[in-house]
Design a protein around this ligand. Structure first.
Ligand SMILES: Cc1cc2nc3c(=O)[nH]c(=O)nc-3n(C[C@H](O)[C@H](O)[C@H](O)COP(=O)(O)OP(=O)(O)OC[C@H]3O[C@@H](n4cnc5c(N)ncnc54)[C@H](O)[C@@H]3O)c2cc1C
Length: 665
């Protein structure tokens, strides 16, 4: 097996420019003869749809929500990176590239990352032109803040709602094309299979989620922009609907899936409160600009806090352990996410967790209130301000920066974070793994592309904060519109793709049979019953801390759970109506297959990388021993589709260099 990344020759910094100079183009008059399906309307799919339509292609866009505006991207809080160097603090394309590759534990594809850093600056210009209200400084210039794992301020933001504002920008660009008829929008439609004709992706089977109708849609190329699959863990910061189905279906039709087990466990989430919770909430990483992370130094204080006999605010500075500042003085609280998450878990595992479950550390803003307050007092010429006045002035600054996040925290935890430190703990947040793509963002099925969080290429084993929005918009606005043209230049005379063919018949039959199974099966357990059980196996055995025995158990347990699911699941309602449980049944069925592959990936990887410790591979101080390999990709070939077994071939592939293969049953 060989995976050809199709990375162009030449120095890193010239690759993208040279590539663009030499690819095939589709002339403007021919683009209207070509149809493109885009599955997903988040920042990746929305920007791709708008741009492809603006170029002249006929675009069909699909989303399972009732509007593109509700894609999960809307939840993004903290910001978007770009190497603009507006702060004059030493940023450059190279530095953004370097930080991203290093932050990803050297496992991302360098050529893709360099291109990402190069186009990052254009994204900001594009979005400002669309009217995205990025934060501005006193003089009216675009403001920046800093995110983990970097030593510059390069993150552009719109309060704690950056994703929402960027998505409104992409959505308005889409709307212009919807109004022109260049985008045909299919809201509340779920792609349930890809159709491959003569080896090329030529369409999809979708279900109208409102009427239940199964539809055939054809195109000359299919773009998967379906987001991440963190919900395989049941509890995550992702939107409740986020799922793997679109990516998994193309995987099962021949596209390789890379690095499924690399999951980002975000360090600053509101801790879990109990067994009946269905969602976790992120507290944006931007808070680590101003919040200091700590646990008590002494275990007696931990016990007193847990018993409610002591308040964190009563502990003096020398009774606190600011463990990130202690261990990583250069980055302090802004270490990369994987480092911050591992360190929090290490402290909590050692017994220093500050809530009832022992799974929480503090994120404390008291020092920022004082720092900003003192500065404001000077600016406002207030002489001898009282401590209370300083705190009040400081809180105003913090409220202006993160007000909505503080309010959200208070609503969920019922504690005022202006008066007592927030409590945070790591939670599943982002999936670096995904559908394998080459430099063109094409999967191993010709004509099938994957962009945004759905693909694997740019973040290696760990994504730096504020870089997912950057990647999604880079892919959609600036990369795919070029690379897809190179492929489509062969299709200018192909004409419409017919949907009354055996390939569409077969795909539709498979989809229909599965739906009929769900609504007719007289089982006893709900879909959520299985999802929760899967999530528990995933978190306990394939979460941050992993070991060989646990992963082997996970493979067995997930396989058994999947068999039980196909016997005993019950789905209420019918197939011809809006039926959330039915839609969820299909997604959980795919999670149950992905979960097993995920555990197998983690098992064969005898390394610690990103947020994952492999227990057999740790040093005594809890740090991870890392494998030295560069450009490390695992890929699977899916063979067949028995309902009760996942058969696949797994290979650890050093792209373009070396191939090792193992077979599993
Ligand atoms: C709480 C939170 C905060 C975050 N904050 C930041 C941040 O500040 N900065 C940053 O860079 N990143 C952030 N991220 C990560 C970032 O939001 C996501 O990685 C990114 O938005 C993903 O965009 P996307 O376009 O790839 O997918 P999504 O926005 O998830 O969109 C997926 C689209 O695919 C559609 N879809 C999926 N499956 C199907 C199907 N089978 N059929 C039809 N349609 C389908 C959906 O309807 C949707 O339109 C955050 C993530 C979370 C969870």
């Amino acid at each position: 097996m060989a995976l050809d990344s199709k990375v162009p020759q030449g120095p890193l910094k010239d690759k993208w420019t040279d590539y663009k100079n030499h690819i095939n183009l589709v002339n403007p008059a021919n683009k209207r003869h070509i149809d493109v399906i885009v599955v997903g309307t988040g920042l990746a799919g929305g920007s791709a749809s708008a741009t492809l339509a603006e170029l002249g292609y006929n675009v069909k866009s699909f989303a399972y929500q009732d509007s593109p505006r509700r894609a999960h991207s809307i939840a993004a809080q903290g910001g978007i990176n770009a190497a603009k160097n507006y702060q004059g603090d030493g940023d450059s394309t190279y530095r953004l590239f370097y930080d991203t590759v290093k932050g990803g534990d050297y496992r991302s594809r360098e050529a893709n990352v360099y291109r990402l850093a190069e186009v990052s600056a254009n994204i900001i210009d594009q979005c400002v032109a669309q009217g995205v209200p990025f934060a501005r400084d006193y003089g009216g210039l675009l403001d920046n803040r800093s995110f983990g794992g970097v030593l510059v301020s390069r993150t552009f933001y719109a309060k704690g709602q950056t994703g929402q504002q960027l998505l409104l920008g992409a959505y308005s660009a889409m709307n212009r094309q919807i109004a022109r008829g260049k985008i045909e929008m299919f809201n509340r439609h779920e792609m349930l299979d890809v159709v491959v004709v003569d080896g090329k992706a030529r369409g999809i089977i979708a279900r109208n989620l409102v009427t239940g109708e199964i539809e055939r849609h054809s195109a000359h190329a299919v773009v998967i922009a379906s987001g991440g699959y963190g919900n395989v863990y049941f509890l995550s910061t992702n939107a409740m609907g986020s799922n793997v189905t679109a990516g998994w279906k193309v995987h099962k039709k021949g596209a390789y899936f890379a690095n499924p087990c690399y999951t980002q466990i975000h360090p600053t989430c509101i801790p879990r409160s109990g067994d009946y919770q269905s969602k976790l909430t992120l507290m944006s990483e931007s808070l680590r600009n101003d919040g200091r992370i700590w646990v008590p130094k002494n275990l007696e204080d931990v016990t007193a806090i847990r018993e409610g006999k002591l308040k964190p605010t009563q502990l003096t500075e020398d009774q606190r352990d600011y463990y990130l500042e202690r261990r990583y003085p250069a980055f302090g609280n802004l270490v990369p996410r994987d480092v911050a998450s591992r360190a929090a878990k290490e402290r909590c595992d050692a017994g220093y967790g500050v809530n009832a479950t022992g799974e929480a550390v503090y994120l404390d803003f008291a020092a920022s209130f004082e720092r900003y307050g003192s500065e404001q007092a000077k600016i406002q010429n207030i002489s001898n301000p009282s401590a209370a006045k300083i705190k009040e002035l400081g809180q105003e600054i913090v409220r202006a920066k993160y007000g909505n996040l503080f309010q959200m925290y208070e609503k969920i935890v019922d504690e005022n974070p202006y008066e007592t430190p927030m409590m945070i703990y790591p939670a599943v947040h982002y999936t670096m793994g995904g559908v394998w793509v080459d430099y063109n963002l094409m999967t191993t099925i010709p004509g099938c592309y994957a962009i945004g969080e759905a693909n694997f290429s740019d973040h290696g084993a760990n994504r730096l904060g504020a870089s997912a929005l950057m990647q999604g918009l880079a892919d959609g606005y600036f990369v795919l519109p070029y690379t897809i043209g190179d492929y489509l230049s062969d299709d200018i005379r192909t004409g419409k793709i017919a949907t009354d063919t055996p390939e569409f018949d077969a795909a539709e039959k498979e989809v229909t049979e599965r739906i009929e199974f769900f609504v007719n099966n007289k089982g006893t357990h709900s879909v959520d019953y299985y999802h929760k059980k899967l999530g528990k196996i995933m978190w306990d055995k394939c979460g941050m801390s992993r070991n060989k025995a646990g992963l082997e158990e996970a493979v067995e347990e997930i396989s058994a759970l999947r068999k039980d699911f196909w016997k005993n699941v019950i789905v209420p309602g019918t197939a011809k109506e809006y039926n959330e449980q039915l839609a969820k049944a299909g997604r959980v069925a795919d999670f149950l297959e992905l979960g097993e592959l995920f555990a197998k990936d983690a098992l064969v990887r005898e390394e610690s990388a990103g947020g994952h410790f492999r227990e057999e591979h740790q040093t005594e101080d809890g740090e991870a021993k890392r494998m030295k390999e560069f450009q490390f990709v695992s890929a699977w070939e899916y063979k067949g589709e028995p309902k009760d077994a996942v058969l696949h071939k797994e290979a650890l592939v050093y792209e373009n260099i070396e191939v090792k293969e193992r077979s599993y049953k």
